[in-house]
Design a protein around this ligand. Sequence first.
Ligand code: IVH
Length: 681
Amino acid sequence: MSVREAAARAAVLRREIEQHNHAYYVLDAPTIPDAEYDRLFRELQDIEAAYPQLLSMDSPTQRVGGKPLPEFSPVRHVVPMLSIRTETDTEPTGARAFDARVRRELGLAEGDAAIEYAAELKFDGLAINLRYADGVLVQAATRGDGETGEDVTQNIRTVRRIPLRLAGAAPAVLEVRGEVFISRPDFERYNEKQRASGRPTLVNPRNGAAGSIRQLDPAMAAERPLSFYAYGLGETRGWDLPTTHAGVLDALTACGLPVCEHRAVVQGAEGLIAFHARMREARDSLPFDIDGVVYKVNSLALQQRLGFVTREPRWAVAHKYPAEEALTTVEAIELQIGRTGAITPVARLAPVFVGGVTVTNATLHNEGEARRKDVRIGDTVIVRRAGDVIPEVVSVVLDKRPMKADGEPLHAPFEMPATCPVCRSAVEKPEDEAIARCSGGLFCPAQRKRALLHFAGRRALDIEGLGDKLMEQLVDHAIVKTPADLYKLGLVKLANLERMAEKSAANILVAIEKSKRTTLARFIFALGIRNVGETTAKDLARHFGNLDALIAADLDRLQQVPDVGPVVAASILRFFAEPHNIEVIEQLRAAGVSWPEGEPVAAASSPLAGKTFVLTGTLPTLTRDEAKDMIEALGGKVAGSVSKKTDYVVAGAEAGSKLDKAQALGLSILDETQFRELVSS
Ligand code: IVH
C-alpha cells in the first residue's frame, strides 16, 4: 500500500468507526457486530503503526493515548462560563416568579403573549467546555472559576459519547458546553466490578464523574463509565447560529453530540410548571441523578436583550426539587450482614425528611468509609438521598460533635468487630479489599435471611408478600433453611406464625405457587451467586440457553459470555462446585420451579434481536416486567421513551403521549396479541 492509499483508507476507516461509535454510544442503536467493529479498529491501528505520519488527533485510536500529566494547565475561557440562578422555592410559585421577572425585565404587560421557554434537566455532574476547531475536538476544559478552567482534554477524549470530530459541516470554531456525569446503572456496574476485584469503589455518581475528569492519568479516566450531555454554547465562529435555544440543541444533535431527549419548548409559567411536575414524576426512573430542571428563554434575541446580572444570566433559572440532603443525628451505628456475608455499617438516624421520604438509616458503605468520614454516635451528619438509591451519610458536622469535659470526643471512632454480631463466626477482610465479611456462610442466620429474601425478591423469583418480618420468623423458627423449603410450606405452619392472618398466609401460598413459573435469567439471578447481578444473569441465560449447560461450563466457556471475566467466572464455578447448591437446585426443580428452555446463543437469529421496544399503557394479560423479560430473553431492548430509534411500540389500554409520538413518527405499533405473535415467530 502506498502512503496515499494508506491515507485514503485511514480516512475512510476513521469516518466509519466514528459513525459506529455515534450509533452505539449516542443513539444507543449499534449498527454492526462488535467483532466487525474490532476488525475495522485493528485495521486502522495497523495502518497508523505502519505510517506514523498519518496519525491524527481526531483518530478514534487516540482516545486513550496520553501519558499521565504532572498537573493540569489553565485554560482561559473566551466566553466566560456562567453559573445559573437557583430558584429555591421548589413549588410552582418558583416558576411563576421567574416568568414574572422575565416579563418585567422585557417590559411586557399582563395581556401580552406568553414567553416561550426551552425547559431541560439540571444534570448533576461536572460542567465542561469542548472546543472544536474545524470540526476536530482540540480542547476540553473544566469550568473552574468561570474565567479560567483546567485543561482536561486527555481525559475527555476517553469519553466515548463525545465525538472527536463533528458530523457534517466543520465550523472554524464551535465550543459546546455540557455536563459530564456517570449514569446510575453504570455507577452500580462499575462499583460491582471494582468490589469483585477488591479495588476501591466510587462514593456517588457526582463525585465519581468529577474525580474521573480531574484524574491526572488518562488511563484511569478511561476506565470510568463517563457520559455527557450538551446543553449550550461557548465561542462560535463560522457557524450558522440558530435563532432559538431549542434550535441550538437540535443543531448540536445534528453535529453528533448527545443531547438529552427530556426537554421541551413550553409557553409561559404554566408550561414551566407542567414540565417541572412531569420531570419530578420521571425523576426516579431516569438513569441519572438530577437535582432540578433548568428553564431558558428560548429566543436567543430575547436572551441578549435580558443580559446578565453578576455572573448569572437573567434569561435562565434552575428550579430545584425538594432537597435530597438534610441534617440529622446519629443514634447508633449498627452492622448489617448481607447475602454474601459482607458487613455494612449502617447509621441509625433520628428520622428526617429528605427528597420526599422519611429516612431513618443511611449506609456508611464499609469500615474504611466509616472511618474516613469519622462518623460517631451522637454526631450531626448530612444525609443524602439520590433517586431510589440507599440514603448515605455525606459528612459529619464536626462543630456539633458531643464532647467530654476534658475536650475529648464522647464516643470512640467506629471499629469493625472481630466476630460476626449474629453468628459469632470470624470476620475476615482480605488485605486488599474494602469489605469485611462474616465467614459463617449459610450457617449464619443473617446471611441465610438475606439470601432467601434475595431469592424471593421482585427481580428474582418474585414471591409477593414474603418480606423481612416473615422471613425473619421463618428462619428463626428453622422452618425454612434453603429456598427449596419455601415450596414445602403449608397453610397451617404459615398461619401459626405471629401476626399472620389466615387470609394473608393463603395469599403467600398463591404467590409461592405462581413463582414456580419463571425465566432462566431470573432463576440464575435468584441463586445469589457472588458477582452475578441481574445483567450478568441475563447474559448467562441468553448465552447458555439452559441451566445444565451453565452448570457444565468450564472457566473458558464462561468467559466467552459478554462481560464475564476471570473473577465472575471463578465465582460461578465455585458456586456450582458446591454439592449443597446443586442439591438445592434439584429440589427446586423437583418442587416444580421451571422456565422455558432455550437454545444456546439463539439471540442473533430471533426477530427481536437488537430491536428496541417501548412499552406503554396497560396490556390485557402481561405485566410490564413480563413483557420486558420476554423481549430481553430474545435479545431485544426496552427503552423508556419513543424516538426515531424505536423499532416497536407495544401499546395497551390508556397509552398516552408515547403512543401519540409513535403514531406521529410512523413507528410499528403492536397490541399484546401482535406482540405475542412476534415473540413466538
Ligand atoms: S446552562 C448560562 N443547563 O449547572 C447558563 N447548566 O450553575 C449556563 N447544569 O455549572 C449553564 N444542567 O454544570 C445549564 N441543562 C443545564 C444544566 C446546567 C446542569 C450545571 C452546570 C453549571 C451549573 C450552573
